[in-house]
Design a protein around this ligand. Structure first.
Ligand code: ADP
Length: 193
């Protein structure tokens, strides 16, 4: 089973690419943000808890997030591959992912696509998305800015350990959706064949 991580700040296009790539290759798309929003919609206890953090634009604590993600992975033991969108976001989440993959002999983290983009572009994209999706955390500029700050403070440097050096592929997230998806597809094909 192959494991592909889409990494980058909020609004960089991870979700869009994850959908395209998972369809193209028949991989499972795991988005922690989407799973949280599903819980919020269904008013589960996890949803109520996560909502307190998400509405403020801060990360949901690791324990809650990793438990949820580990349970999700266990539903997909037979998958060809998994695309992770919005996970891991902390070093603890990386350790936890490595641990669960090892425990169930599911392979390892194969590629980390690292999306780079200017801050003003992502703010515009998020506010625009907020108007269409009505996501609370996308409509308010203060929350949007807090999420970007949270990304720089807690997330942006999590892959700095040298062991990930050869697994990281950088990409320019201000290019078109199509250009980026073709780029990602080629890299995945190289990995598969
Ligand atoms: P975006 O990448 O645009 O911020 P997401 O849907 O990935 O959107 O995340 C929305 C919110 O869900 C985050 O701001 C955070 O509060 C929470 N969240 C999602 N993934 C994680 C994670 N891996 N760890 C902690 N919190 C998370």
């Amino acid at each position: 089973m192959i494991h592909i991580i889409l990494f980058g700040p909020p609004g960089c296009g991870k979700g869009t690419q994850a959908k395209i790539i998972s369809n193209r290759f028949g991989f499972i798309h795991l988005s922690t943000g989407m799973i949280f929003r599903d819980h919020i919609k269904k008013k589960t206890s996890l949803g109520k808890l996560a909502n307190c953090y998400i509405n403020k634009g801060i990360l949901v604590p690791d324990g809650i997030t990793t438990n949820m993600l580990n349970m999700e992975i266990q539903k997909h033991f037979k998958a060809k591959g998994i695309i992770y969108d919005g996970y891991p976001r902390t070093k603890n989440q990386i350790y936890s992912l490595e641990k669960v993959l090892k425990k169930f002999c599911l392979g390892k983290i194969d590629i980390i696509f690292y999306f780079f983009i200017q801050k003003n572009l992502i703010i515009n994209r998020l506010l625009k998305r907020g108007k269409i999706s009505h996501r609370n955390d996308d409509t308010d500029i203060i929350t949007v800015q807090r999420r970007i700050k949270e990304y720089h403070k807690k997330t942006s440097l999590i892959w700095e350990n040298y062991k990930w050096k050869n697994s990281i592929i950088k990409l320019n997230a201000s290019l078109s959706v199509e250009t980026i998806s073709i780029f990602i597809e080629k890299k995945i094909l190289n990995l598969l064949y």
